[in-house]
Design a protein. Structure first.
Length: 323
């Protein structure tokens, strides 16, 4: 089998530099991360706060590939050149975001039904960027067949890697991943391909690795958020973790502290932590009931009481994840 490269998938609002740095001090197994998307802007507007998530001084834990979303070649070239100047050698282009506000502007997955636009974009961008380009895509915006109009275009360019999340945009993050169409794509592509979607446990990962022997790079998003031990488990094949609750609690408490220093106002901090529990609860027995209580907490104090008691006394780790 090919060497195993595990990449933390970008999840906007979750896998930012703060999370990535903290993750790498508590857990193992991730080789690299793709940053959540950064919008193209005109050159004048690119300042440090716009790109702070990928600045090398803010990323101590794991190597990061910055991701850009946009359909404007000039803006893309400027931002990608900026990333090169900061020392990055690869930039990723987001052709997967399904959010209606993004897609209706023909950005992210909203660009997939327009092969002509994608070709014109690549024609303009590729000769003008001093950095390698990888692409993260879905199978289509509305129909999975859209991808078959795009593969011959992608094959014409020196694309470092094509990451495929085999869903359509309208599927958002639900429904099944389409492994048969992914397999068809693999047979038609000339560049290295990476797989992304619903990697949740060892058994399903082994099945994927056995089916797609040519793949080395695997991106994992929600599976890592829910179970941060997952990359280590996939590497070792050992699903029994020593003291998972205690280790998770330390991570959780530091996450709370780190966001406390970054966010202004307790309600922002409370909302942020609640949003992580949409994923965290899945790793615990009776996690659903806990999540309901957490959602109802209307002050930070109540949040800390609920999670402190749960993680300190009641929590039992639940192996095997569901989305
Ligand atoms: C809340 C959320 C935010 C996301 N943000 C991004 C993003 O910024 N860029 C991107 O390419 N994909 C983004 N994705 C998609 C994920 O990177 C990934 O493709 C998707 O979750 C499927 O992989 P998974 O099943 O391992 O999570 C996001 C997904 C979610 C649920």
């Amino acid at each position: 089998m090919k060497p195993l490269i595990l990449t933390l998938a970008p999840l906007r609002g979750f896998t930012n530099a703060l999370y990535r740095n903290l993750y790498s001090t508590h857990f193992q197994g991730i080789d690299t991360a793709i940053s959540p998307f950064i919008n193209t802007l005109s050159a004048k507007q690119i300042n440090r706060s716009h790109i702070k998530d990928i600045l090398p001084e803010n990323n101590r834990g794991m190597p990061v590939i910055p991701q850009i979303i946009g359909n404007d070649p000039a803006g893309f070239i400027q931002l990608a050149t900026k990333f090169h100047d900061l020392g990055f050698d690869t930039v990723n282009w987001n052709l997967g975001c399904p959010a209606p506000m993004v897609a209706k502007k023909r950005r992210g997955s909203g660009m997939l039904p327009y092969p002509g636009l994608i070709k014109a974009f690549l024609d303009e961008v590729i000769p003008r960027i001093p950095i390698r380009l990888s692409i993260k895509t879905r199978l289509g915006s509305e129909k999975k067949e859209e991808i078959f109009n795009l593969l011959p275009i992608f094959n014409e360019y020196p694309i470092e890697e094509l990451i495929i999340h085999p869903r359509t945009g309208v599927q958002m993050y639900g429904g099944e991943v389409d492994l048969d169409t992914f397999e068809q794509c693999l047979g038609l592509l000339k560049m290295p391909v990476a797989y992304n979607g619903d990697i949740l446990d060892c058994a399903s990962f082994i099945r994927l690795r056995e089916r797609f022997k040519a793949i080395s790079r695997w991106l994992i998003g929600r599976g890592v958020l829910s179970n941060p031990f997952l990359p280590g488990i996939l590497r070792s094949g050992e699903e029994n973790i020593r003291q998972p609750v205690e280790r998770f609690k330390k991570f959780h408490d530091e996450l709370l502290q780190a966001y406390g220093s970054e966010l202004s106002g307790q309600s922002h901090l409370l909302d942020k932590m609640k949003s992580y529990w949409l994923y965290f609860f899945r790793s615990f027995e009776h996690g659903e009931a806990l999540f309901k209580k957490i959602k109802k907490a209307d002050t930070l104090k109540k949040y800390e009481e609920i999670t402190g008691k749960f993680l300190g006394e009641d929590a039992r780790w639940r192996p095997g994840l569901r989305h």
